[in-house]
Design a protein around this ligand. Sequence first.
Ligand SMILES: Cc1ncc(COP(=O)(O)O)c(C=O)c1O
Length: 975
Amino acid sequence: MSIDHLVPVTTGTSTETVMADFVSRHVGPAGDDVRHMLEVVGQPSLDAMCDRAIPGAIRSESPLRVEAAASESAVIEELRGFASRNTVLTSLIGLGYYGTVTPPVVRRNVLENPAWYTAYTPYQPEISQGRLEALLNFQTVITDLTGLDVAGSSLLDESTAAAEAMSLMRRASKAPADAVVLVDERLFPQTIAVMRTRAEALGLPLAVADLRAVSDADSLSAAAGGKAVVGAMVQYPDATGELVDWAPLTAAVHDAKGLVTACADLLALTLAAAPGEWGADIAVGSAQRFGVPMGFGGPHAGYMAVHRGLERQIPGRLVGVSVDAEGHQAYRLALQTREQHIRREKATSNICTAQVLLAVMASMYAVWHGPAGLVAIAQRVAGLTTALRRALVDGGLEVETTSFFDTVTVVVPGRADEVTARFAENGINVWRVDADRFSVSLDETSTPATAQAVLDVLGVKGSDGALPGAGGTGAHGIPQALVRTTDFLTHPVFHAHHSETAMLRYLRRLSDRDFALDRGMIPLGSCTMKLNATTEMEAVTWPEFANLHPFAPAEQTVGIRALIDDLSAWLCEITGYDAVSLQPNAGSQGEFAGLLAIHAYHQARGEGHRRVCLIPASAHGTNAASAVMAGLKVVVVKTAAGGTVDMDDLRAKVEAHRDDLAAIMVTYPSTHGVYEDTITELCELVHEAGGQVYVDGANLNALVGLAQPGRFGADVSHLNLHKTFCIPHGGGGPGVGPVAVRAHLAPHLPNHPLAAEAGPESGVGPVSAAPYGSASILPISWAYVRLMGGEGLRHATQMAVLGANYIAARLREHYPVLYSGHDGLVAHECILDVRQITAETGVTVDDIAKRLVDYGFHAPTMSFPVAGTLMVEPTESENLYELDRFCDAMIAIRGEIEAIRAGEVAVGDSMLRHAPHTALNIAGEWDHPYDRTAAAFPVGVHAADKYWPPVSRIDGAYGDRNLVCSCPPPEAFEG
Ligand SMILES: Cc1ncc(COP(=O)(O)O)c(C=O)c1O
């Protein structure tokens, strides 16, 4: 390992290492500031502090073997090296991934703009109105195009959205337990595979069959093998390109009291009848081709829309309209927000982090083009496909597809391999369906020259003028019965921003409403909102990564896969595990994959009956939800008085379930913000009873370089690259949730039917649509690790722990720190207990959180894992100035609380209760007993730097009672 760039300073202690170049850019405090912080914490050095805080039994003995790059420019050069080893051909593969043009104004001002990509999930709606509006636009795009009533604000990808729809149909159905979900055999193959993985875990029977001829009770029953039917899943248009009229099937399924889900292509829906119009109950799909690059598989926004009556079953986040304290319209997350925390094992799904940034991009693509622009794009694609099909047929080829939008399947008996290879030699990827057929999908980027190139490869002489000009012919292959006749995107927002000036200003207007990391600290416990450095982000939009199709031949994707190999090896080195899969595209999906691996391991040993999963009460709600999805039974372990896992209760539960214990799922350090001493004993207890240990790695920022879960007793962890490894949170996604395992679980990692190299042959099947999940953002984490090196990563962890302890030390006398370990030390976050304050003064965590907005801060995590508390995680990236600004604000707020306690002001009249204060509040009529300046410019807030929240406190319950989940008319905002 080279640590040449780490320059120790001469002042003496090992804590005083000055990190050169990037490390010192990534870590906020340095030099005297670190010394000062240590003094406040009462520790002589960083090493001494970590020795006291972290149990010796779990400490790593050797430094991480990760070499740091020389500089940021050296890292860019290395990334260029990876990029140059990829070969980007014209992709006509289709199957859910299409060429698209990201409008430059959207790329520069959303994808590459920290105001959008560094925001957090909009749980604090008053500081999230911009992205909430963008997401409401997304929901409106989805409901309008699918012809359904309610859409969520993104799912993880098309295939997992289909799997969620499958579960939804089962939940909504009264059919007997052995009833089947019918799946048309022409669904995208990756979607069928992801559904199989999910269905098998749930014991839900799937019947994959040709559903095109199903039109009555008899044919339905035959397709279902005589079983009752939960529902049916169809693709529209299907994998071969055929646009099937599914109305007869839908009628038959409805007669049998089942539901129908359409996996539908959004661009096709601008020309083809909406699924809601022909009777589908649910529509799912991907918004990728709305301006989001293919990126070797992701990230992209999956979507789901349902008809009214099913809205409470929608997984993931749903944005709705409500009102603020002044009665003005305002947006906030509706209904099932944070439902895993509340409903845990009864949650509708485990989805937490979704794909917000990509949903915002897709929505802005629709805003930019408007309905007419989208139709024009679709007509061009459809017209070109029609002309190509005609030329192929005229050239003597057999084209299987008759009704179509953008894809045709061509029959070349016994020659598909040869033909596909010939295409590749000529710079084009087509899809080899089987030995006798290949398919071609055109897209927004296709031109007459693209179609001509296809004909040339096949040796077909297109008659002159057969291919349309760039404007298209207006002809298309959609049968009359399926031509769309209804309007969509009629809301003014889709008509108002078509010049670049207007669009630029709209994007700026929305992002100005929000508070993201580019404005200040986001001290959210359990979220690790650290620096997302510009250099780390650079490669994401490079065409060599952005324009790769996930099913492109392996020889064309050598560079990105080499990068993935590097990152996988580093993650193993950091965690102490033996193997890792980068396929899961959020932490929740990593949890699911890890639990599947555990179950498959038990099964392989003839112990498939082991299905009990112990989960401490303090665990994140996704843990319980994932366990249920993996077919396990959740048994809760109590918390002891000091916040640790109650070991007596654990012993009792292990004993009670000795014969059927599958696993324990613990977070380490725990969500209580302490390094528990009992972790090794806990692992031993569970292993001794035949169970496996799952350590939720969301808190890995407290371990990197100091302790390795794979070495201290755990068998499997998921990591959150969007926390510890610098993938920005994007306003609620994208994320990457790799699952890392010890060797005995490695044969049970995810794999993929369309990419043998992406996982073990004996794997549990895919958990994401793409072989490597959200591959195009992996260069971010790669760059982070490479820039930091082993020593830098370890330093970052120590500084994250120091930052949390500094805050705990400064705030302890004002707000009790709920849990701590030796010497009163916490891990990388701390819980401030507000319950006594609430009991004595009526001031709630909400009041403090909203008042922090007036002080120019995002609130800490509220009421997780303990109701009535605030969990603070500063991360290593915040410098002393910002840490002090936060502490000063919290102390000043404590002073405001004291005035309430002293009876100087009633809580209902206080600044705390009326926070946050908008500019309109301050300028308007004033009948509060406190003064305007104190309200809007409290201590530490400079007039020139003031962040003005756009709305005052939002009434969430009102919005849930009056559910509106698409764009309200502009008049709603008057007054
Ligand atoms: C402790 C813990 N586990 C699991 C998760 C789920 O991760 P994701 O949101 O990426 O699905 C989180 C997310 O906040 C978490 O804090």
